[in-house]
Design a protein around this ligand. Structure first.
Ligand code: ZN
Length: 714
């Protein structure tokens, strides 16, 4: 739950703003036959020509698209008329359609069908795209017009969606320094340049330590490890020129299973120390001083704009709104999480004693003995569970849920009527069950292949807006299931089934959108994973279990005891999971609230964890010297708390269903779900939207119950 990162493609933010509409253009006619820039043709308001896309066209298309958008932006900025909502904000929302079309293809080529040729083009375009974005965000004349519209709206408010889009656009510019005088702007730019170098250095240092600390095992040191793990470790070693040995690389995917299963305690300790010392080895790749410098520069930069600290600046447009709210939530959960760690350690110590292992639980023992406890307490055979989880049936289950909650119907489109980029991709038309109204198309690209990135994600090729006439939605889900032999069922794990539902939740969030302007489609970092996490809950509802979780050979529903076991296992090891996560999230926030002038990062981390009462048996999930979320860029700086923020909403909202008469299929609660939690996207303040759904603010009690923690008494 916590490890789930944002699964929307990296370019999602750009793709999200797609607001294409196939009207013949009256001006600025396309002077190119580049297919990637063309209007989309065919049925369903026009669809991307995925069957005709070509890497060779990308560079020209992106450059031309940027040029066209910059021209449009210049025209808005230089308009001789007084700035108005129409000639400034609406005009901006309408600009850049060609580039957005290109990005539908670009996203496919980078995530689904990547190739060395494309990566070359991508590397060449990256600095140009960042320059392009700066040209817009630093356009002084444009900002003065936006500011004029914003200030006028403070005296004479616009209707809600218009006001919201003005507020968001103004804020975006203002938060990026648009309001600064020339001198401060100069410093602002210098700081950003310095930061981007530090971010790269930070990331490279972590990478160096991941690549250069490899633990090599000999044949007699493989105790406890699985066949497949050993095989892959042998191959990695051979690739590194150590034929006949076994390599444990310094990455999570290698470290985690090794610490869970290896019987070699000394080696566990070594692997653990390598992993948790990344970026902290007191050599030329050490990140501590870089972090201190990043913190000083961030504070100086937001100081130019009059903010006390980075966290205050960052959180103002998030649902949490300020660092106090985020800290408050984390500190409410923290005591229960660390108390649970004590219980888990006691359970593990008992197992160790029973086994006659003469040890005291240390951090490199946690995963190993936790696994022993899991086998003893929650004897769950994941292969048995898989027999009931067929990909086709799960897809039908999602359609069923979408039908019950959203009143949607999914119908496969006629073969060949909608172009796809690979034969494995299937397309469904989404309509309203009663009125038959067309809503959009759902593309599913289910299987792993060479050139496709790992994991699962959702994206849109076209989003719903109404400001230039109603557009339909083209949304996609992408997974990496192993393609079966013809005629065989694809069986997936419970985790993968959950992720499948999760990503479908993002797609439903796209389909259900009822917003006027593209900017209102945008995600709010601590809110945008909530809707998709919530949808995961329908996987284990009775209606889904009874109809769709059926044995692939016998057709029998999954036994109730097995479902019960799965649910019970979900609270297992929550002390570890919650504490390691919260420790990182708390340090992230506290570092950005501290005075960085003479900060000693190692000392700060140690002393802060001591003050918090961090259990000594486990480390932070990401220690500061390798906390890439926060220091190899700004994506998650003072935002790591957001996972838990969204988890609180998820648990609290699912209790609204659990308490309702019709349970998870209660039509009244479902109506509110669609109306307030899905349809508005960012057209409404998320806190207000949630209150409308729930009748109150979210409370943490439901989260505590979901994690098996005691609920605080008041
Ligand atoms: Zn997600």
């Amino acid at each position: 739950m916590i490890t789930k990162s944002i699964k929307i493609a990296a370019l999602g933010s750009i793709i999200l703003f797609a607001s294409c509409k196939d009207e013949p253009k009256t001006e600025d006619k396309l002077m190119t036959d580049n297919i990637l820039l063309q209007e989309w043709e065919g049925p369903y308001q026009g669809v991307p020509a995925f069957d005709k896309m070509n890497v060779a066209d990308v560079k020209e298309a992106v450059e031309k698209g940027m040029e066209m958008q910059l021209k449009e932006v210049e025209a808005i900025a230089n308009n001789k008329e007084e700035p108005t909502f129409e000639n400034t904000i609406v005009a901006m929302e309408s600009a850049g359609k060609e580039l957005q079309r290109v990005f539908a293809y670009y996203g496919i080529m980078s995530s689904n069908m990547s190739s060395p040729e494309f990566r070359e083009v991508q590397a060449e375009l990256a600095p140009k795209l960042s320059e392009f974005q700066s040209k817009i965000s630093q356009n002084e004349k444009l900002f003065q017009r936006i500011k004029a519209v914003y200030e006028a709206s403070q005296k004479n408010p616009l209707e809600p969606q218009e006001q919201r889009v003005v507020d968001l656009i103004y804020k975006r510019f203002e938060m990026n320094g648009a309001n600064l005088n020339a001198e401060k702007k100069k410093r602002y730019a210098e700081i950003n340049k310095a930061l981007s170098k530090l971010y790269t250095k930070f990331a490279n240092n972590v990478l160096h330590d991941e690549e250069n600390y490899v633990t090599y095992l000999t044949k007699d040191q493989l105790g406890g490890l699985s066949e497949s793990f050993i095989k892959s470790a042998a191959k990695i070693a051979a690739d590194k020129g150590k034929e006949g040995m076994y390599a444990i690389t310094n990455t999570r995917s290698s470290m985690d299973p090794f610490l869970t299963y290896s019987t070699e305690r000394e080696l566990r300790k070594q692997v653990w120390e390598n992993y948790y010392s990344r970026g902290d080895n007191a050599d030329e790749y050490d990140n501590n001083e870089i972090i201190a410098e990043i913190l000083r520069l961030r504070k100086e930069r937001v100081g130019l704009m009059g903010y006390d600290n980075y966290a205050e600046w960052r959180l103002q447009d998030r649902m949490a709104k300020n660092p106090e709210n985020a800290m408050d939530l984390m500190l409410k959960v923290w005591p229960a999480a660390t108390a649970r760690v004590k219980e888990e350690v006691a359970d593990m110590q008992a197992v160790a004693n029973e086994l006659g292992d003469n040890i005291t639980i240390e951090p490199w023992d946690y995963r190993y003995y936790a696994e022993k406890v899991r086998q003893k307490k929650y004897d769950l055979d994941s292969d048995e569970v898989k027999q009931y989880l067929q990909l086709d049936k799960l897809t039908d289950a999602m359609f069923f849920v979408a039908g019950e909650l959203f009143n949607y119907k999914f119908t496969p489109v006629e073969e060949g009527s909608v172009p796809v980029f690979h034969e494995d991709v299937n397309v469904w038309e989404v309509t309203d069950k009663d009125s038959g109204k067309h809503i959009g198309l759902w593309y599913l690209d289910p299987y792993a292949r060479e050139g496709k990135r790992s994991g699962a994600w959702a994206t849109t090729y076209r989003s719903s807006t109404t400001f230039e006439g109603e557009t339909n939605v083209l949304a996609s889900n992408n997974s990496n299931f192993v393609k079966p032999a013809p005629g065989e069922a694809v069986l997936v794990s419970w985790d993968d089934a959950t992720t499948f539902f999760h990503e479908f939740g993002h797609a439903l969030h796209f389909f259900a959108a009822d917003v006027k302007y593209p900017t209102l489609q945008g995600g709010v970092r601590d809110y945008t994973e909530f809707q998709s996490q919530l949808l995961e809950r329908w996987l284990s509802t009775d209606k889904v279990i009874n109809q769709f979780l059926v044995h692939h050979e016998t057709g029998e529903s999954i036994p109730a005891e097995l479902v019960e076991k799965i649910k019970k296992a979900s609270t297992f090891n929550q002390g570890f999971g919650t504490t390691e996560y919260l420790a990182s999230a708390l340090i992230d926030m506290k570092l950005h609230l501290a005075d960085p002038t003479n900060i000693d990062i190692d000392k700060f981390e140690r002393e802060t964890l001591d003050e918090l009462g961090m259990p000594k048996e486990l480390p932070m999930r990401h220690r500061t010297p390798h906390f890439g979320h926060v220091f190899s860029g700004e994506g998650y700086a003072t935002a790591y708390y957001g996972y838990m923020w969204a988890d609180v909403l998820t648990s609290d909202a699912s209790e609204a269903f659990r308490e309702a008469e019709g349970g998870f299929y209660d039509s009244e609660v479902a109506d509110r779900l669609v109306k307030y939690l899905f349809a508005p996207r960012n057209a409404m303040d998320p806190a207000e939207a949630y209150r409308k759904f729930r009748g109150r603010d979210a409370k943490i009690e439901a989260l505590m119950r979901d994690r098996g923690f005691p609920v605080p008494q008041r």
